[in-house]
Design a protein around this ligand. Structure first.
Ligand SMILES: *Cc1c(COP(=O)(O)O)cnc(C)c1O
Length: 359
């Protein structure tokens, strides 16, 4: 069975280092758990590392973490209308951009004798979730009438759909909106959540972070990088996750398929380059387990392609025997799929204590 090796002390060290770095300017961290499906051991490492909240896009993951005894404030990143009743029971805070959903949340919070906390998301150009700035005041006014929801913050999300960079301009706009809303409605906004792992460069360059006092970080904690250029953040571990799978065939074969060419298993007509006869290995790992395009392997090996359950590797420069294990580095997409696949075993490596710096 393929397995993903997860180094918990490196994840904890990353969470601690990021909490410290951003904390220097009063920015707290929400550790984002969705890429690991709320895997309790990983999330406990984030909590031990000092993140102040845990945020996930799926209620099922939050339930899983709570059932495992993780104690934190839980934030729901995506609010499903049909789950509003469960949202108020399970999440402490949710991110929102539709008044219809707030009405439902307020209704069910009332039934539960609760006040559900909300962060309103503002659209700053990335064109995913968010209230348009010109509609924000009216939206806040409509929300304040709902007795069982409380606006505890304002947030925005960039660099996800439209690829828009967080910069001093859009961050300043968020700060100005916060000042305006607080003044106009005489409310205090406890949380101003300026973005995600893409906010690193903005933060490093910022003279002044304005009102921003929170970021929601997944990839930076898990993979040690920012997400505008996918550069490693100095001092962070970038290989806390490793995928390991075994060789189930190793033979010399021609590099050009022989016979009439038809569609492959996924409906594509494949094209190949003739490189003569080469040593090739088959790994027991496929598209059903992993986003193959996000894997990186030893320079001496080359991933040629994959089908649902098999990966084909050119091993001409680094012979592999049947039964050998091959290790891969993962990007965010591969991590997400590996953690989601029931066929990839999750194995924890806990080195006990931090062993200094990464990279
Ligand atoms: C997934 C998600 C994040 C975390 O993004 P990273 O790039 O992993 O830091 C933050 N905010 C929202 C709303 C998300 O959906």
């Amino acid at each position: 069975m393929p397995r993903i090796e997860i180094n918990l002390s490196e994840i904890q060290a990353n969470a601690r280092m990021l909490s410290k770095l951003y904390g220097q300017n009063g920015i707290s961290i929400m550790g984002v758990s969705k890429a690991v499906l709320g895997e309790p051991a990983v999330i406990e490492a984030m909590v031990q590392g000092g993140v102040k909240y845990i945020a996930d896009s799926r209620l099922e993951n939050i339930q899983r973490m709570k059932a495992a005894g993780i104690s934190s404030r839980f934030v729901l990143l995506r609010t499903p209308l049909s789950q509003a009743e469960a949202v108020v029971k399970i999440a402490d805070i949710s991110l929102n951009s539709e008044i219809e959903i707030l009405k439902k949340l307020s209704y069910y919070a009332n039934a539960d004798n609760k006040i559900h906390q909300i962060i309103l998301m503002v659209e700053l150009g990335d064109l995913r979730e968010g209230i348009l700035p010109c509609d924000l005041a009216q939206f806040v006014r409509a929300s304040l009438i709902l007795p069982h929801v409380k606006i505890v913050g304002i947030g925005c999300n960039l660099a996800c759909y439209g690829g828009v960079k967080p910069d001093s301009k859009n961050m300043q706009e968020l700060s100005e909106r916060v000042d305006f809303i607080e003044k106009e409605f005489q409310i205090d906004l406890e949380i101003v959540s300026g973005g995600n792992s893409a906010n690193y460069e903005w933060y490093k360059a910022a003279q002044d972070v304005g009102r921003i006092n929170n970021l929601r970080l997944g990839e930076s904690i898990l993979l040690g990088c920012e997400t505008v250029n996918r550069k490693a953040i100095p001092g962070l571990y970038t290989q806390a996750f490793k995928l390991v799978a075994e060789v189930i065939e190793s033979k010399k074969k021609p590099s050009l398929p022989f016979g009439d060419i038809c569609q492959d298993a996924f409906g594509n007509i494949p094209v190949f380059q003739d490189r003569g006869t080469r040593q090739r290995a088959i790994i027991a790992l496929g598209k059903q387990d992993i986003l193959v395009s996000g894997l990186k392997v030893d320079d001496r090996l080359e991933i040629l392609g994959s089908s649902s359950d098999h990966m084909i590797i050119d091993s001409n420069n680094h012979n592999l025997k049947v039964g050998d294990e091959v290790k891969f580095d993962l990007d965010y997409g591969s991590l997400l799929t590996a953690m989601t696949s029931p066929f990839v075993q999750k194995q924890f490596i806990d080195c006990g204590k931090d062993q200094g710096r990464g990279n």
